[in-house]
Ligand binder design. Structure first.
Ligand code: GEK
Length: 243
């Protein structure tokens, strides 16, 4: 997917406002997420592999908080189940307008429905695969439990939730180290100190990370029989939760 280079926070911004998924972000999003989230491309590829294993005939795969549809496209090109479709949901109109353009250039047997909605309001039914790839972290803390319960209930027996998140750590030294290593990763990707600190301010109170044990216990309470990390790169992890 073509994308402009992310330089949104390259110049000093007097008052760094809260981060929004608007047109300016959409223009640079693929470059931004690849240079900001360690392991992003590996996770996207693995979502396709997992979907090819877990997608069932006549079931639905959900991509919740799909942005420009990277996880949807990865699944779409690897699913071999018959009469399986993907429902991709995001509440940013700007993201979905661009995603629709991308979809028009993409050919594959699996149908994709794109829905502009809040993922808290979307029914999850007949699901074999649900993806929350760096989306739950933007949902208010008090709504996360209900969303995960809804996903659990909408999954078929043997279904899978792939949950990728930025993590925080109980131990202060670990928290500082992982944060510094993430910033070192971003610096190695060409972001300046100013870009890193202004982006950090913009995401404050917008992206709320939790610890792995908070995620694991809530997933178990929602009904999942097992929830384990299958991938981690510094403070970014992806979890497989099994129904
Ligand atoms: C990827 N999964 O490339 N309802 C619907 N969408 C929402 C909501 C909500 N309540 N809150 C946030 N979003 C993607 C990357 S980005 C992650 C996901 C990031 C959407 C928001 O509009 C944005 O598109 C996405 O969640 C988060 O695999 O930018 O760090």
């Amino acid at each position: 997917m073509n994308s402009s280079k992310d330089s949104l926070y390259a110049s000093p911004v007097g008052d760094v406002g809260a981060f929004k998924f608007d047109d300016s972000v959409v223009r640079v999003f693929p470059d931004m997420i690849r240079r900001s989230v360690p392991g992003y491309s590996a996770i996207i590829s693995a979502i396709g592999l997992l979907a090819s294993r877990f997608a069932r005939d006549r079931s639905v795969c959900y991509d919740l908080g799909c942005s420009l549809g990277a996880a949807t496209l990865s699944m779409r090109h690897q699913i071999t189940a018959e009469h399986c479709r993907i429902i991709a949901v995001d509440n940013s109109e700007a993201m979905l307008a661009r995603f629709q353009e991308v979809l028009q250039q993409d050919q594959a047997a699996v149908a994709v429905d794109v829905l502009c909605a809040d993922i808290r309001d979307v029914a999850i039914e007949n699901a074999s695969v649900v993806v929350l790839n760096f989306t739950l972290q933007f949902i208010p803390l008090e709504d996360r439990r209900q969303l995960l319960q809804k996903i659990y209930q909408g999954l078929l027996p043997g279904g899978i939730l792939i949950l990728s998140e930025k993590l925080k750590f109980d131990d202060d030294r670990q928290q500082d180290l992982q944060t510094q290593m993430h910033h070192a990763f971003k610096a190695a990707q060409g972001y300046s100190g100013l870009e890193i600190s202004q982006k950090r301010s913009a995401l404050e109170n917008v992206l709320i990370p939790e610890t792995f044990s908070q995620h694991q216990s809530r997933l178990r309470q929602a009904g999942f029989s097992s929830a384990e990390v299958w991938f981690q790169y510094f403070n970014f992890a992806s979890i497989i939760a099994l129904k």
